[in-house]
Design a protein around this ligand. Structure first.
Ligand code: FES
Ligand code: FE
Length: 327
């Protein structure tokens, strides 16, 4: 499964502490915790002794202790203490399955398999000091990761799902836009939408210029720049990263990373706007059938304005993505 060789976000960085936390990535149960050096560890959530869930255990002196018989594992997953046999020196076989993990975008990223280095999906706004970053989520969504990416790329639903906010049914027509393939997915440029309430600071309906980019099979970003006269905050622009943990083929955990030219609104106010928008999307997303995205373009019907989603399906097929899709 090629997806195992990619980095995926699994949890907010700030929620990983010295209390073990359970997570699931690509149907692999994980335990996440911080070791004595403050580094995040992501392991299989299964003790090698009798299979108990390590996420029910605790951390003592930088070691993870199993909840069942108290075996302790050091930061590389090696068992270093068996309380029932204090003199026993556990051999290398007495170890937990560990996975590569790192932190970026306020999230913990995990990679289940694969040789050598793999790069994390880019989020272009991350290093832009003019944009403040706030994460929003997680949302547990009963939809496949590719259906969620496709929804993010789709402007055609604005007037219906987000009526009065990102669109209106009276201005549903979509202007011509361009889509090009990139090494990591695709880029859609020249996208325009007339939006009644494009962002937190909108004072009037306005035309908003969008660009979209798929940066990995389950990761995307957009930038939106509203007509300056429509916003109370001078020079307002924003970028939104969509980060998805594919939990099962039909269940996903979703975060948005907001990068906004707004250093004054409280975090919660920024999150509330995004929450309003996404909870409009969620019931429709969860209603889609089949939940797995069909990659055969003959399986669903398309129009010219759906070309970003058709390009996304072609990209997934070309990459041999298998999780959350119907090949
Ligand atoms: Fe973990 Fe026995 S099952 S110590
Ligand atoms: Fe939407």
């Amino acid at each position: 499964m090629m997806e195992k060789e990619l980095w995926h976000p699994v949890v907010l960085s700030e929620s990983v502490t010295s209390t073990p936390l359970a997570g699931v990535l690509l149907e692999q149960p994980l335990v996440l915790w911080r070791d004595g050096q403050g580094r995040v560890q992501a392991w299989g959530d299964q003790c090698p002794h009798r299979g108990a869930r390590l996420s029910l255990g605790r951390v003592c002196e930088g070691r993870l202790e199993c909840p069942y018989h108290g075996w302790q594992f050091d930061a590389v997953g090696q068992c270093v203490h068996v309380p029932a046999l204090p003199q026993f020196v556990p051999p290398a076989t007495h170890a937990v399955k560990t996975f590569a993990c790192t932190e970026r975008n306020g999230l913990v990223w995990v990679r289940l398999a694969g040789p050598g280095d793999a790069t994390l999906p880019a989020f272009a706004a991350e290093d832009d000091a003019q944009l403040r970053k706030v994460n929003c989520g997680p949302y547990d969504v009963a939809a496949s990761a590719p259906r969620i990416i496709e929804n993010f790329l789709d402007m055609v639903h604005f007037g219906f799902v987000h009526e009065g906010w990102l669109g209106s049914r009276d201005v549903a027509q979509i202007a011509e836009y361009a889509v090009e393939a990139t090494p990591t997915g695709l880029r859609a440029t020249g996208c325009k939408a007339v939006q009644p309430q494009s962002n937190l600071h909108s004072t009037t309906a306005a035309e908003v210029a969008y660009t979209y980019e798929v940066t990995a099979p389950y990761t995307a970003q957009l930038t939106k720049v509203p007509d300056a006269a429509s916003v109370a905050l001078q020079g307002y622009r924003e970028s939104i990263g969509l980060f998805i943990c594919p939990v099962t083929p039909e269940q996903s955990r979703v975060w948005f990373r907001l990068a906004v030219a707004d250093f004054t609104s409280p975090d919660q106010v920024l999150r509330d706007f995004q929450h309003t928008i996404f909870t409009q999307d969620q019931p429709v997303l969860e209603s889609q059938s089949p939940k797995r995205l069909p990659l055969d373009l003959r399986a669903e019907v398309h129009t010219a304005v759906d070309k970003a989603s058709s390009a996304y399906r072609r990209f997934l097929k070309q990459q041999n993505v298998s999780f959350g899709v119907i090949p």
